[in-house]
Design a binder for this molecule. Structure first.
Ligand code: HEM
Ligand SMILES: *[C@@H]1O[C@H](CO)[C@@H](O)[C@H](O)[C@H]1NC(C)=O
Ligand SMILES: *[C@@H]1O[C@H](CO)[C@@H](O)[C@H](O)[C@H]1NC(C)=O
Ligand SMILES: *[C@@H]1O[C@H](CO)[C@@H](O)[C@H](O)[C@H]1NC(C)=O
Ligand SMILES: *[C@@H]1O[C@H](CO)[C@@H](O)[C@H](O)[C@H]1NC(C)=O
Ligand SMILES: *[C@@H]1O[C@H](CO)[C@@H](O)[C@H](O)[C@H]1NC(C)=O
Length: 328
């Protein structure tokens, strides 16, 4: 009897069928593409790296794209789909229109992968990996990404319209996270993504000039010298609505814990950011993360893995798109 063929032993086969094959076929797994696309990580990383060399903001944009994918019918690449004759995509939903970006980077990665290992890697996995690389290459944590997501065959504009809004109360935002299987802690941790990237003036302007409907009043939870800086950047007229302000004005492109240090200083840009300090449950996390950067980086990685598992398709569900913008 040859020991080298022991994996053909009937008991091993039984073991495989009962315990291992469901893992391989129906759950995400860290080694999913190890043999089918060994160069995957290098291809994603080099493309994200060159996109960042061209424009550093793209890292933030890719992370947000993954969030907006996962919160709308799960991490299934639905956000990447263009409008088609059979459905409306998510790109024109209010939270996305003229706002989400990074599609060209995903397209470039997909076309490189279609050369290296055709029809193997899903767009949903590409987006998940690109978000991880974007965080890591911006100075943030590294975490292992479980893989094996499949691509969805539909999109939902109406669900995309329900993405968290910076104008709604923290309780409402938290309810939306809980609805996705996340927890209140994840709201405080994942909001730390606002440590890089930009927001348009209209997303926080009500805090500057007409707070609570009182003309000339600004948000009392906003540091007064920061208000003055923002008022100059976003003058009180409609044509400033689409100007950009950094979400973290101290270390704008770096993935670090400065978001929380800003919140503790009353310098959070969005009302929904500063609200994390106004609620006892989240405030103690904000204070802890402002003091202990490694605590934040560790928790962020763990919450990202959780977010990346929302509503995933696996096994024979969905498909592997050839072009991330259209179903096969
Ligand atoms: C908690 C509820 C959240 C709200 C209300 C919210 C809201 C916003 C808004 C209004 C913008 C600016 C968009 C624009 O002006 O075009 C933005 C940008 C951004 N968001 Fe969030 N967000 C939330 C959670 C998250 C999460 C969970 C992530 C990722 C894990 C994230 C990542 C980002 C990034 C990186 C940007 C900058 C994008 C860029 O510069 O292209 N956000 N967010
Ligand atoms: C470089 O960044 C600009 C935005 O700053 C973008 O319009 C352009 O498409 C990018 N070029 C490449 C090759 O990524
Ligand atoms: C917050 O949620 C409540 C209850 O679902 C809803 O009635 C209210 O309109 C929401 N507020 C905002 C600003 O979306
Ligand atoms: C917060 O404010 C304090 C005192 O005003 C200042 O020394 C510190 O640099 C600020 N921190 C950040 C991150 O802006
Ligand atoms: C929240 O914290 C504030 C200040 O520390 C305290 O006065 C208040 O009682 C707390 N509220 C709750 C519900 O724990
Ligand atoms: C924050 O840190 C304090 C002191 O280390 C700890 O007692 C508390 O449980 C932490 N709060 C949270 C929400 O993690």
């Amino acid at each position: 009897m040859e020991y080298s063929t022991s994996n053909k032993h009937p008991l091993f086969l039984l073991f495989w069928l009962v315990f291992l094959s469901p893992l391989v076929l129906c759950q995400l797994n860290y080694r999913f593409y190890d043999t089918s696309c060994p160069n995957l990580i290098n291809i994603v990383r080099s493309n994200v790296w060159s996109a960042m060399a061209n424009e550093s903001r793209i890292a933030a944009s890719l992370l947000r794209l993954h969030f907006h994918d996962c919160f709308v019918i799960g991490c299934d690449g639905s956000v990447l789909l263009d409008d088609s004759s059979t459905f409306k995509g998510e790109k024109n939903a209010l939270p996305n229109r003229n706002s989400i970006r990074g599609f060209e980077v995903i397209d470039a990665i997909k076309s490189a992968l279609e050369k290296a290992c055709p029809s193997i890697v899903s767009c949903a996995d590409i987006l998940t990996l690109a978000a991880r690389e974007a965080v890591y290459l911006s100075g943030g944590p590294f975490w292992s990404v479980p893989l094996g997501r499949r691509d969805g065959t539909s999109a939902s504009e109406s669900e995309a319209n329900e993405l968290p809004s910076p104008f709604e109360p923290l309780q409402n935002i938290t309810a939306k996270f809980i609805n996705k299987g996340l927890q209140v802690n994840d709201v405080a941790v994942l909001s730390g993504a606002h440590t890089f990237g930009f927001a348009q003036c209209f997303t926080f302007k009500p805090r500057l000039f007409n707070f609570g409907g009182s003309p000339g009043k600004s948000d009392p939870s906003l540091d007064s010298s920061f208000v003055q800086i923002l008022q100059k950047l976003c003058p009180n007229q409609d044509d400033s609505d689409n100007k950009l302000a950094p979400l973290d004005s101290v270390t704008t492109n770096r993935f670090d814990n400065m978001y929380y240090r800003n919140l503790v200083n009353n310098s959070g840009l969005l009302q929904s950011d500063q609200a994390l300090l106004g609620d006892n449950t989240t405030a103690s996390l904000v204070v802890n993360y402002s003091r202990y950067p490694f605590l934040f980086l560790r928790d962020f990685a763990a919450s990202m893995e959780k977010m990346g598992r929302i509503g995933v398709l696996t096994g024979q569900q969905g498909e592997i798109r050839k072009n991330c913008r259209v179903i096969n």
